[in-house]
Ligand binder design. Structure first.
Ligand SMILES: Cc1cc2nc3c(=O)[nH]c(=O)nc-3n(C[C@H](O)[C@H](O)[C@H](O)COP(=O)(O)OP(=O)(O)OC[C@H]3O[C@@H](n4cnc5c(N)ncnc54)[C@H](O)[C@@H]3O)c2cc1C
Length: 429
């Protein structure tokens, strides 16, 4: 039985691994190339920053080809990884169970989470290696009654050199990413083709027959019995819509906004991002230097990276956004999201001030990198793990299935969903 898995990120790599272990002949089609982390010195980029040449988000892919940005509206930019490992290769390595909206549809992923937690080494990062400013903000949050806790991370602290550049790819292999699941799949015979962008799926008599890869004269048909779309929150609905199959206009992105303050010589970059977090009902606060805003955001230009201090808000946004067949996205920051961001900013400022961080306090670039929601599972879908409108043999196994935004790290959720979907595929056949 041949299965095509489209994408090799959190969902795709998990699905490829599981299907290979279950005896499927697996072919993984990945739009990006082999991932390579950023290994040059950041100081080399600093002169370009001073000249204002790093302000366009599209320039990021010059330094790291895997970094893809999509502008969703004037005030919101989305980031994703297009490479082997998908967005997991750009992740901070935070690994928590995110389950918003699952109980409401009767989906319990406890078993899958437990299994993933056994496969992925997860630990908190040693407190003695936090920067003093990060420890001081932790204590402020504690005094404010916010219950901060060290973040569970898939980062091996013995291999980690505290370069702070997790999101540019881990150059010492200290951080787990989904390429480790890809290796397991390859060991079981799976084959991966990089630079193979899937354009659409082909359907005959309401049954999938395969996919079209590439465009123009270079395009080709790849046949399969089963097609698993795991192209992420933008890629999956884009492929569906290009194939004449609907996807819902319910894109969520977990809006990220970092409040920047100043503390001379804080060197917050010399630790992994987000070593602790506070969990409110629909957002988290976490220490975060925000290199994207450092390079992209003009209002941050006068503070050096050594003196910059950041506290991030990650908010579960309203599920309203559209992905089009050409891959463009339309999503605004709703008034409700804006007002919750403003409240969280006040809280962040209070934590920073009582930790001795000074102003000017300037919010960074509003962005999102947890992309999902366009093929949301409903209560009726859960027994089949498949939205009802998908043709026979066509499955989705990524964050697109999650009906609600999380305001929390989402790798575990995407992987847990993909694990359950893959088992359902094997069971069905
Ligand atoms: C900068 C950043 C930091 C993050 N940090 C964390 C963190 O610390 N912890 C956490 O839990 N989450 C984090 N996330 C979020 C997390 O990485 C994603 O939510 C998760 O990877 C989503 O899994 P996915 O399978 O849905 O999509 P992805 O992992 O994005 O995988 C999609 C895959 O599909 C491929 N693809 C896209 N289109 C096509 C096509 N047409 N044909 C073939 N292949 C295609 C892509 O190249 C990619 O490999 C972060 C995200 C970003 C952007």
């Amino acid at each position: 039985m041949k299965a095509i898995v489209v994408g090799s990120g959190a969902g795709g790599a998990t699905a490829a691994r599981e299907l290979s272990l279950n005896g499927f002949e697996v072919e993984i089609l990945e739009a990006g190339g082999e991932f390579k982390p950023f290994t040059r010195r950041l100081s080399l980029v600093e002169p370009l920053r001073k000249m204002g040449l790093t302000r366009n988000e599209k320039n990021f892919s010059r330094f790291i080809p895997a970094y893809d940005s999509v502008r969703a509206s004037q005030n919101l930019v989305l980031f994703r990884g297009i490479a082997t490992g998908g967005s997991t290769v750009l992740a901070c390595g935070n690994m928590v169970r995110a389950e918003h909206g699952l109980k409401e549809i009767g989906l319990d992923l406890k078993k899958e989470f437990e299994e993933l937690e056994k496969l992925i080494p997860i630990k908190t990062f040693p407190r003695e290696r936090w920067r003093p400013v990060t420890g001081a903000m932790y204590e402020s949050a504690q005094q404010m009654g916010l219950n901060p806790a060290p973040t569970p991370k898939a980062v091996d602290s013995l291999k980690c050199i505290s370069c702070g550049l997790c999101e540019l790819g881990c150059s010492t292999n200290a951080r787990w990413d989904s390429r480790r699941f890809l290796d397991d799949a390859k060991n079981k015979g799976a084959v991966i083709h990089t630079k193979s962008s899937v354009k659409r799926v082909l359907i005959e008599k309401n049954r999938v027959t395969g996919v079209m890869v590439g465009s123009g004269s270079g395009s080709k048909f790849v046949e399969a019995d089963v097609v698993v779309l795991a192209a992420g929150g933008i890629g999956t609905p884009q492929i569906l819509k290009s194939s004449g199959i609907p996807a819902e206009d319910r894109l969520w992105v977990d809006i990220v906004l970092t409040l920047g303050g100043v503390s001379e010589g804080a060197k917050q970059l010399k630790e992994p991002p987000m070593v602790w977090y506070t969990k409110e009902e629909d957002y988290i606060l976490s220490p975060y230097i925000d290199i994207l805003s450092h390079y992209l955001h003009k209002p941050w230009k006068n503070v050096s990276i050594d003196d910059r201090v950041g506290l991030m808000i990650k908010l579960a946004d309203e599920e309203q956004g559209t992905v089009y067949a050409d891959g463009s996205v339309k999503k605004d920051i709703s008034l409700y999201d804006k007002s919750r961001l403003d409240d969280a900013l006040k809280q962040a400022k209070e934590i920073m001030e009582s930790a001795g961080v000074s102003g000017p306090f300037i919010p960074g670039v509003v962005n999102g990198g947890h992309l999902g929601g366009t093929t949301p599972l409903t209560k009726e879908d859960v027994p089949h793990m498949k939205p009802s409108w998908l043709p026979e043999g066509l499955w989705v196994a990524d964050l697109s299935l999650a009906p609600r935004s999380q305001g929390l790290p989402t790798i575990m959720l995407a992987s847990a969903l993909a694990l359950r979907v893959s088992r359902k595929i094997a069971e069905n056949l």
